[in-house]
Design a protein around this ligand. Structure first.
Ligand code: NAP
Length: 271
């Protein structure tokens, strides 16, 4: 694949690192980023060609990845609109910008895949929600999936609107887990543990539980039941979580994030 990244920040770096880590030397990668320090870092690390202007990076590439912040996308589109060719695949990672908005700003009517990655992509453990516009061929969907898998797992959505739910689940999701870790370590400290011990217990428990759930053949409901003995400590904790309507709280938090994503997309404001 010949891939041009427009924007060489966190997400682009995560994907480029994943592509190189997969030992797939078949890729030719070029990056456009206005920041000289960013270009030097990428050139030094992977010996890839970097340019200050997007127009210089996209020529002859078969995939163009939009990896800039939403507020600079209009300027990028303006700069590149007449240069993007119909045979090129555009993959957008730009949060909250609908496909029709990107299409309306490009002259060449290329195929477009819109994606919503998350920050664990930075260590190859991300999950990306993906939506392919009807203009995409099966081969282009395959290319987009192969590229995003460099940063972790992928899921396809058949309706673009469902990307708002993905944003609320996995895009914002790392923050929910960080909050639980933060809250657990505060509770442990209040109950007498040294702060660093409480922090280690909370973090390693989250890490271990996530890894076990990912590797186990058992569903999380069964894993939870396996830890919960009748009349035991876990049951005592769950009585409190249920009394505080934990399930309802999580449900309304994710519904609120989904609704906010939709509102921001409707007003053209980045999520
Ligand atoms: N991080 C996440 O969790 C996450 C999750 C889902 C989606 N996303 C989306 O992914 C996109 C990229 O996020 P990120 O975290 O990688 O952002 P980032 O680290 O800020 O990277 C964006 C890069 O694009 C550069 N840039 C600015 N204007 C440019 C132009 N005209 N041409 C080429 N490059 C330009 C920026 O340079 P300057 O710094 O000099 O402006 C920066 O280096 C965003 O749209 C974000 O919404 C991120």
């Amino acid at each position: 694949m010949k891939i041009a990244f427009i924007g060489g920040g966190n997400m682009a770096t995560a994907l480029i690192g994943g592509l190189f880590a997969s030992d797939d030397t078949a890729h030719e990668i070029q990056v456009a980023d206005p920041e000289p320090g960013v270009r030097q870092r990428l050139e030094r690390k992977w010996q890839i060609s970097c340019f200050s202007r997007a127009t210089d990076a996209i020529n002859g590439m078969n995939v163009i990845v939009l990896a800039v912040k939403p507020q600079v996308l209009p300027a990028v589109m303006q700069e590149t609109k007449s240069l993007v060719r119909p045979e090129q695949l555009v993959i957008s990672m730009v949060a909250g910008i609908p496909v029709h908005q990107i299409m309306s700003q490009l002259d060449g009517s290329p195929a477009i895949v819109r994606t919503m990655p998350n920050t664990p992509a930075l260590i190859g453990l991300g999950i990306t929600g993906m939506y392919a516009h009807e203009s995409c061929s099966g081969e282009q969907r395959e290319m987009a999936q192969q590229l995003m898998q460099a940063a972790g797992e992928t899921v396809w959505l058949e309706q673009e609107g469902l990307l708002n739910v993905v944003t609320a689940m996995s895009g914002s999701g790392p923050a929910y887990f960080y909050y639980l870790i933060e809250t657990m370590r505060k509770a442990g400290t209040r109950l007498g543990l040294p702060a660093e011990v409480a922090a280690k217990l909370a973090l390693q428990t989250a890490y271990g539980a996530g890894a076990l759930a990912a590797q186990s053949d058992l569903d999380v409901v069964e894993l939870r039941r396996g830890v919960t003995t009748k009349g035991g400590t876990t049951e005592a904790a769950f009585e409190q979580l249920e009394a505080g309507h934990f399930e309802g709280l999580v449900d309304s938090a994710i519904a609120a994030a989904t609704q906010r994503g939709q509102e921001l997309a409707d007003t053209g404001v980045p999520a």
